[in-house]
Structure formats: structure tokens, C-alpha cells
Design a protein around this ligand. Sequence first.
Ligand code: ATP
Length: 325
Amino acid sequence: MSGARAKKIAVVAGDGIGPEVVKSALAVLDAAGADFEKVPLEVGLGRWKKTGQAMSDEDLETIKQCDCVLLGAITTPPDPNYRSVLLRIRKELDLYANIRPFHSFKLDFIIVRENTEGLYSGIEEVGEEESRTLRVITRRGSERIAAAACDLAAKRKKLTIVHKSNVLRSDRLFLKTCQKVAADRKVPAEDMLVDAVAYNLVINPGRFDVLVTSNLFGDILSDEAAGVIGSLGLCASANIGEGHALFEPIHGSAPDIAGKGIANPIGAIRSAAMMIEWLGEPETARRIEGAVEQTLLRGIATPDLGKSYKTADVTQAVIANLAKK
Ligand code: ATP
């Protein structure tokens, strides 16, 4: 990368196990020789306890000035008026495509989740007797998420459009738009009701390749898919917009195991690999993914996968495997 400016990465370690798994991911990136400048930011519950604010406007400005963000996990502050920091970052940077790959020795599929609208529109009326949340589906939002999914499916096998258009009329627009984008791009596509997808993910997950869906369905199906793969701790994600991106493991801050040194760091390490690929170093990303697979093959894993290794052991094993050809 001689001559080029080092890429700037905002590092939001966050709360709970966030700092533990981000530390592992950064150690693996360093060992892989990834060249970037880190900009650490304190955002989340820890910050909220000190200042009453989980993230300031200046933090958001700093994030905008970096090339991308590597995030651990954020615990939601116990305040009924709190608005999610993560949702704010996704909205402000317009990170519309949430790409969630699920890999295991037997399975390999990707959930592409629309990240800015649907039931997470933030348009809500909250009352004592009645509360409403508006589910927003737009043609533009559906077109661009379908295009992102088709870019992936075109290099693989097929697209499954996941919806509930038999009940939700807003999903007719989502389905029709996705079908048109897939047809225009000549990507083989099928569609399936979200409840059937939930069932098939358990019964026959190998039938899926790339799935595209709206915000809430994607959120829920991702946790189900993580269970099918074996653990939330294995799974990575990218939140991609036009020229900006945020990478994070799909798990939360897991307060039940925080500070014990047993968090599975693989989801965070894989997120770092996705980040490095997005930053233009696909070879480094492939090396990291290969080292992760070797580590798992040898059974070096944390208690969530039934083993008794620590976060630091798994991290060191991934680093040792990086050095091997
Ligand atoms: P949040 O509200 O932040 O999403 P949560 O506790 O609802 O938090 P997770 O933090 O994702 O959700 O945790 C769900 C369960 O999965 C917990 O029992 C947690 O310990 C476990 N878990 C999540 N991530 C990991 C990980 N990296 N390694 C081991 N176990 C994990």
C-alpha cells in the first residue's frame, strides 16, 4: 500500500464482551499485516453512565470522517427515551445493506437484510392504551437492497426473497420490486413466506444460498441462522452504504459472560476480515478466514461451542494458523 494514505478505522469496542472480542479482532488484523490507522471512540452504556449520553454529535462526525467502523457490541442504556446508537449510525451513514454470511463445515448461506426502513423506521406513536410503529417499505429501499443481494447471488446460485405479502400489503411492494430487480439482472430467484423460511432454516438449511429480506425479519432470521450454525459467537456482519461501512459481530454485548475471558471472538475476527476485504485487501481477508477455519477444525473453541478454551487461546490459535501456509 505504499504511497496510499493509511485507511482510518473508527474502533467502537463498546460494552460487555465488545472490548474483549474487538481486542482479538485487532490482534488478528495486526498479525495479518493489515495497514490502517485506529481511531478509538468510547460509545455505549459505559459512556452513557459517565456523561448521560451514549454517543455525542462529535463522535458521529469522527465516524463520518473515518473510512469505516469496527464495532464490538453496545448494551442498551436503561432509559425509556434512549434511541439506539447503532440505529442512529446506520441511519446517518445510510448503511442500508446488512450482509450476514453464515458459514460452517456443512453450510454456507448469506442473509441480506434491509437496514434503514421496515419496522425499524423509528416512526412511532407511543400511548398508554395504544402504541403504533410504522412499517415503511419504499421502492427505492427495496431496489437497492435487492441489487446488493443480486450482486452476491450472481456470483453464487440463487436468491430467495423472504416476505409476508399474504398478510402485510407493504410486502407486496417489497416482493414485486425484488422480483423485478432479479429478473432484470437475470439472477435466478424464488420467494418464500418468512414463516416457511424460519421452518426450513431448521429442517433443511442447505437449500438456501442468498436470502434478501426486510429489517425485522432479517434481524430475527439471523439469530435463528446463528443457532443453526452453532453459536451467535461465530457470525459476522457488514453494514454497507455508498462509500461508508460498519462491521460488527452479530451477537450483542452478552453481559452474562462479560469479563470472564470466554467470549467467542470468531464473529468479531470474521467481521474484521469482511472489513479488510471491503477496504481492498481480499487476500488478507481470505488468509484470516482460512486461519479461522483451521482453528475450528482443530477444535480450539470457546464454551459456547462445547469446548473449554478461552478467548485469548482462540485468538492465539488463529494468529498461529495465519503464519502457516
Ligand atoms: P443484546 O441486547 O446486547 O443483544 P443479549 O444478551 O440479548 O444482548 P447477546 O448478547 O447476543 O444477546 O447474547 C445472547 C446469548 O448468546 C447470551 O447467552 C450470550 O452469552 C451468548 N453469546 C453471545 N455472543 C457470544 C459470544 N461471542 N461468545 C459466547 N457466547 C455468546
